[in-house]
Design a protein around this ligand. Structure first.
Ligand SMILES: [Zn+2]
Length: 41
């Protein structure tokens, strides 16, 4: 199994690098883990 994504950039696992969550009821919420950047600290 090969990793296609760069190992240098680690995306936030909490929001999968999106920086926000897609709410079921509609709209979106900023990820509290990365603060909306989508990148892992
Ligand atoms: Zn996040």
């Amino acid at each position: 199994m090969r990793a296609t994504a760069s190992t240098k950039t680690k995306y936030c696992l909490y929001c999968s690098g999106k920086g926000y969550f897609q709410l079921v009821l509609g709209g979106s919420e900023t990820c509290p883990c990365c603060g909306g950047s989508g990148k892992q600290k």
